[in-house]
Design a protein around this ligand. Structure first.
Ligand SMILES: Cc1ncc(COP(=O)(O)O)c(C=O)c1O
Length: 348
């Protein structure tokens, strides 16, 4: 029976979903959403904070500041609240409303960037703001998840060994790329492991992480408009790029089977199952990482009108679509929903 006195004291590390019956491919999904931050980012956040404390960078009276699309912000909010620091999260208007509210409920200040930088998109604009804050007052401490080696070290120390212990005959590992902390920590670990493992990065179309043209991306978590400093492609065996429509379809398919996961899980599952379908992989042991769960995406990925406004009417097959809609079904009673207007959507 786990009994904790700090919100950092619990993280479910041993849970996997076997996706074969849903997607027809041999794939185990490692669930990283079962902790008090609701995502894998709790690991990177606590590793970076502890290192900054050890180095004397973070002291009583310090104010943490970080650019985050949401999940790292929630994780840092929890850590800041439990350790007595103040925290400012700099995000942009693609951050889910519920995530924003969550950070505020935990006592953090959330600053929303509404205009992308001419070079570097929203991420560039967020980082410019963080730098300006740090220049304005020496109490601000920016951990910089994009370049901080403790980000990948968290996964080298925890995520990768946990997968290795659960799957001693692992052949393939599929990992989504945001800052590339998860990818680099796991890839470095498995490079020196007892048997060869192919590490396959999954990215969204429109992300520049592995080159390619920047494009519209509306789903937070994966993909980036600035190449991640942590990324070393020599550790990556293959890259799969996923269209957001396929992310949405994979999320809805999982949900229709009772598994409500976040957007980046849909991306990773879509990329991994496509890769498996086009390679002779039936006898191989494959794992993918699910960074968070789906409740934070109820107003976006799981909101029919949000999906249709952005991606068109045909994205969801009738049997995949979720009931959430702003239409009133007399049989069900009134259903209300807030649908962002098309003009409010931001692209990077
Ligand atoms: C939901 C979600 N998925 C994936 C990622 C990417 O993880 P990483 O930054 O380790 O590449 C993030 C990072 O913020 C995330 O919030």
């Amino acid at each position: 029976m786990p009994v904790i006195s700090s919100p950092l004291g619990f993280n479910e590390e041993r849970l996997y979903v076997d996706l074969r019956s849903i997607f027809g491919q041999p794939l185990f999904l490692k669930c990283e959403g079962f902790n008090f931050a609701g995502s894998i980012k709790l690991k990177a956040a606590s590793e970076m904070v502890e290192a900054a404390e050890r180095d004397g960078l973070l002291r009583p009276g310090s104010v943490l500041v970080e650019s985050s699309s949401g999940n790292l912000g929630v994780a840092l909010s929890i850590i800041a609240a439990s350790k007595g620091y103040r925290f400012v999260c700099v995000t942009d208007n693609r951050c889910n409303l519920s995530t924003r509210r969550l950070m505020e409920a935990l006592g953090s200040r959330v600053h929303i960037i509404s205009e992308p930088a001419a070079n570097g998109g929203f991420l560039g604009a967020r980082i410019d703001y963080v730098r300006a804050l740090c220049a304005s007052d020496h109490r601000y401490v920016w951990l910089n998840q994009y370049a901080n080696p403790n980000n990948w070290k968290a996964h080298y120390r925890t995520t990768a060994p946990a997968i290795a212990a659960a799957f001693p005959r692992l052949d393939l590992l599929f990992i989504g790329t945001g800052t590339s902390g998860t990818l680099m920590g796991c890839a470095r670990y498995f490079r020196t492991w007892s048997r060869p493992v192919r590490v396959i990065a999954v990215d969204s179309v429109g992300s520049v992480a592995f080159g390619g043209a920047p494009g519209r991306r509306m789903i937070p978590g994966l993909g980036t408009s600035v190449r991640p400093d942590l990324l070393d492609e020599s550790y990556v065996d293959d890259v799969v790029r996923v269209e957001e429509v396929d992310t949405i379809r994979a999320c809805h398919r999982l949900a229709r089977n009772g598994f409500l996961f976040g957007g980046s899980t849909g991306t990773v599952v879509s990329g991994a199952t496509d890769w498996l379908a086009t390679h002779d992989a039936d006898a191989l042991t494959a794992v993918a990482i699910a960074p968070d769960l789906g409740e934070r995406y109820l107003d976006t990925i799981y909101q029919t009108n949000w999906v249709k406004n952005l991606y068109g009417d045909d994205v969801l097959d009738a049997d995949e679509s979720i009931v959430s809609s702003d239409r009133c079904d007399p049989a069900l009673g009134a259903v209300t929903a807030t649908v962002p207007a098309r003009g409010n959507q931001r692209v990077s």
